[in-house]
Design a protein around this ligand. Structure first.
Ligand code: GLN
Length: 207
């Protein structure tokens, strides 16, 4: 389901859509893939290192970060994902994806990809707020708030000096951050019709 001509690779053949990998070992990768297709990009499900070859960008979806971490290592994906990002491909992590990107995880858990200078705290909203929805102001994306869907979501408890905070939760804690070409949100825009964050990812590749 392509929605007309989408963004293409700068300097590449005009008809080659952006190829965006979606880590597909566990979690809600299918929702991201559908959304990317709707934006005219070509989603590529990533399960093995060879799936990462030639990608223009990568999405790390929500899910269970403990399981995802295990499968990333089982399939040998850790190094090639880090290499793709350090070669300059933009990466966007939602929820568990944000945890995978973080340089530090509160409570001493080993970090996974170390591509984002933040500390995350897993399951930060406690039992009663296991899942909730809230309108979130994201000034960098325009005036209209984003509808944030939070599912056993993490928060960011520390940000490094090069990290830009794009949004905060009602208590003022960062829940959307960007450091260069790495983007992360604690919430799940792929479960809403709002495409602004996915567009931002595509614009990092083809402005
Ligand atoms: N609580 C999950 C974790 O710690 C993240 C939840 C999500 O991705 N929706 O991995």
């Amino acid at each position: 389901m392509r929605a007309g001509p989408g963004p293409t690779v700068p300097g590449g053949p005009a008809d080659r859509p952006l190829r965006i990998g979606v880590l597909a070992v566990q979690g809600d990768f299918a929702a991201h893939a559908r959304l990317l297709e709707g934006l005219g990009a070509e989603p590529v499900e990533v399960r093995l290192p060879r799936d990462l070859v030639g990608l223009d960008g990568l999405i790390l979806p929500g899910g269970e970060s403990t399981t995802m971490r295990r499968l990333i290592d089982l399939y040998g994906l850790r190094e090639p994902i880090v290499a793709l990002a350090t070669d300059g491909a933009p990466v966007y992590g939602t929820c568990a994806g944000m945890i995978l990107l973080a340089n530090r995880i509160a409570d001493g858990e080993e970090p996974v990809l170390r591509l984002l200078d933040i500390t995350v705290q897993r399951n930060a909203y406690g039992r009663q707020l296991d899942s909730f929805e809230a309108d979130i102001a994201v000034p960098a994306l325009g005036e209209a708030p984003m509808h944030g869907v939070f599912i056993r979501a993490p928060v960011v408890s520390e940000v490094g000096p090069d990290v830009e905070v794009l949004a905060r939760d009602p208590d003022g804690r960062p829940i959307a951050v960007r450091q260069g070409r790495v983007l992360a949100t604690a919430f799940h825009p792929e479960l809403t019709p709002d495409r602004r964050l996915h567009r931002l990812l595509l614009e990092m590749i083809a402005p």
